[in-house]
Design a protein around this ligand. Structure first.
Ligand SMILES: C[S@@+](CC[C@H](N)C(=O)[O-])C[C@H]1O[C@@H](n2cnc3c(N)ncnc32)[C@H](O)[C@@H]1O
Length: 258
């Protein structure tokens, strides 16, 4: 399993957050919190453009960012949505707040406080957005792999609601229509193909009209072939890598005779 994690392309160039969580009794790896702003396995510009055009006639879009770790992922999407809509001179409030969830209490409490662990190689990205981020003097324990802690300013922080939750339980709360579920680079931590299949089937059942699912490169490896599972269920690829349309399902009509 560790071999798989160390050799996926999405795990190269991790810089932001390298925290690992182990099972206390067995010492086995439970999960890693690795993430970063604008992680390279998603075309963030293309994705934001797709959302803006797909939902142009919709009043409210429900975006869930599951396994959000320290919030790098929902923040990346907010930044791109704001950037694109400013250029187009349109309002994008319908996309916010993004509901960001992770099983890890420490990550959620850090993110809720608006703090972001940052590696020095990543600081140049944050410096481009002085209206969103500011450097602090805070330090995190060494195992976070971060050199600095940056504060997320309210303009960005207020666009995301963080909540500690296990996706396998919380998924039943997602709205069915006009919904985007980001569930990226974490399926490998579920309990084998059996649990991955249950989650894929739940998503198939729960997502309905105009809904999408976004995975990461770690969902497209031999040891964790979630993409094949999704395609068998009818999810279809879009022109953006790792972004899928949920299948359109026929309504189950009940004929009532009087
Ligand atoms: C490798 S990080 C991925 C972070 C982010 N999605 C990305 O792609 O950059 C995996 C995250 O999944 C979270 N996670 C693991 N199992 C989970 C579960 N059952 N429900 C919600 N989050 C989970 C971990 O706490 C960790 O923060």
């Amino acid at each position: 399993m560790i071999y798989a994690l160390n050799n996926t392309s999405s795990n190269i160039n991790f810089t932001s957050n390298l925290r690992c969580v182990y099972n206390r009794s067995t010492n086995a790896l439970k999960y890693m919190n690795t993430t970063k702003l604008f992680r390279q396995d998603l075309d963030w510009d293309g994705f934001a453009e797709l959302l803006i055009s797909k939902y142009k006639d919709v009043d409210k879009v429900n975006i869930y960012s599951y396994a959000c770790s320290d919030g790098s992922e929902p923040y990346s999407l907010v930044i791109k949505l704001l950037e694109k809509s400013e250029k187009l001179k349109i309002n994008c409030d319908k996309f916010f707040p993004i509901r960001a969830k992770d099983i890890d209490k420490k990550m959620i409490s850090l993110a809720s406080d608006g703090l972001l662990p940052v590696h020095k190689t990543e600081e140049n990205i944050l410096k481009k957005y002085p209206h969103y981020f500011i450097k602090t003097n805070l330090k995190l324990p060494e195992n976070y792999g971060s050199d600095a802690v940056w504060k997320v300013k309210p303009l960005l922080r207020n666009k995301v609601i963080f909540q500690q939750n296990d996706i396998t339980r919380d998924i039943y709360s997602v709205k069915p229509d006009n919904t985007v579920v980001m569930a990226r680079n974490f399926w490998i931590y579920l309990d084998g193909d059996a649990q991955r299949n249950v989650l894929a089937k739940d998503l198939h059942t729960l997502l309905r009209k105009n809904s999408m699912l976004v995975t990461g490169n770690s969902e497209n490896i031999i040891q964790c072939d979630v993409v094949s599972m999704l395609e068998k269920l009818g999810f279809s690829k879009t022109h953006i890598n790792n972004v899928f349309e949920a299948p359109v399902k026929k309504q189950n009509f009940k004929w009532i005779y009087y």
